[in-house]
Design a protein around this ligand. Structure first.
Ligand code: ZN
Length: 294
């Protein structure tokens, strides 16, 4: 059992936190650039959000309120473990499940449904930081391609997708150009979340612990998914075969990102992936039964 009192505030030592903060400043100064840093060993397996956690631990102070989500849910095992770790190692820090109350939101696979504010920071956990890895194995060559803004091979890959499937089939990790230069892997968020990177009021930090990279989408910065004029970027639309949009089976809303669940009877059903948003919609419905979802 980890005894929080035996550790420095935020688990990392002050030198490590300072280094991460310096790297964050550089990442903000060069939007979308994968900034290397000395990723520390954390007492959990890599691939469980150690990159995001190091960002959070370096930024968090006693006046902060933290929310941790995994696939939009606060109660999944990974999110619970990370939140518990912060509670143990950062005495005095509050945690919340309410998006609007959080000052730092650490997330895996989703951006919260409500628009975030300037005083909030979104930390995204990243498994694979480099979008060019699918077309070029050598990191040395990838760095040159990024530096020169040469994404022609990535565009060719997208084009091949269109030729083969008549659409771009990437569902997650959609390559997105930041501030007109660097293309990032925005972490495994769905396409639905990609437009929310564009000119967002809040700072977005992305941390890849295993790959030792930090990058950023600063507030009010352009974030444009790679696409073609005649084959524009599309988000998931959740419509049925008759063109009607599916509704959340719990709150009934038709304007959120939905997870598909199979009922015990084998039926396809849909539910908001953002559980805090779903709770809010449900509460609104109880208060104003006729006006909900209007
Ligand atoms: Zn819902």
């Amino acid at each position: 059992m980890l005894d929080g009192a035996a550790y420095n505030f935020g688990f990392l030592d002050e030198y490590a936190k300072r280094e991460v903060r310096r790297t964050i400043l550089k990442a903000i100064a060069i939007p979308g650039y994968q900034t290397p840093y000395a990723s520390r060993e954390m007492p959990m397996g890599r691939g469980f959000g150690t990159g995001g956690l190091q960002l959070t631990l370096s930024l968090i102070g006693q006046s902060d309120t933290l929310k941790v989500i995994d696939q939009g849910a606060d109660d999944s095992v990974n999110a619970v473990n990370l939140r518990h770790f912060v509670e143990l190692t950062c005495p005095g820090v509050s945690t919340t499940e309410r998006t609007v109350q959080a000052t730092i939101i650490q997330s895996r696979h989703r951006i919260p449904e409500v628009l975030l504010r300037e005083d909030q920071v979104l930390v995204l956990q990243v498994p694979y930081p480099d979008p060019l890895v699918v077309v070029e194995a050598s990191e040395e060559k990838r760095k040159t391609m990024h530096g020169e803004g040469d994404y022609s091979r990535l565009l060719t890959k997208l084009y091949e997708d269109i030729v083969q499937f008549n659409e771009i089939t990437i569902s997650h990790r959609y390559p997105t150009k930041i501030n007109g230069h660097y293309v990032i892997d925005p972490s495994p968020i769905p396409r639905y979340d990609v437009p929310r990177l564009h000119h967002s009021p809040n700072l977005i930090l992305l941390g890849a612990g295993r790959e030792k990279k930090i990058y950023a989408v600063p507030p009010y910065t352009s974030a444009v998914p790679l696409a073609f004029e005649d084959m524009p970027f599309r988000i998931e639309n959740f419509v049925d075969s008759k063109g009607k949009r599916h509704a959340c089976m719990r709150c009934g809303c038709t304007n959120s990102f939905l997870d598909e669940v199979i009922s015990e009877q084998g039926q396809r059903q849909f539910q908001c992936s953002d559980s805090d948003y779903c709770n809010d919609q449900l509460a609104l419905k109880v208060q104003h039964p006729e006006g909900a979802n209007a």
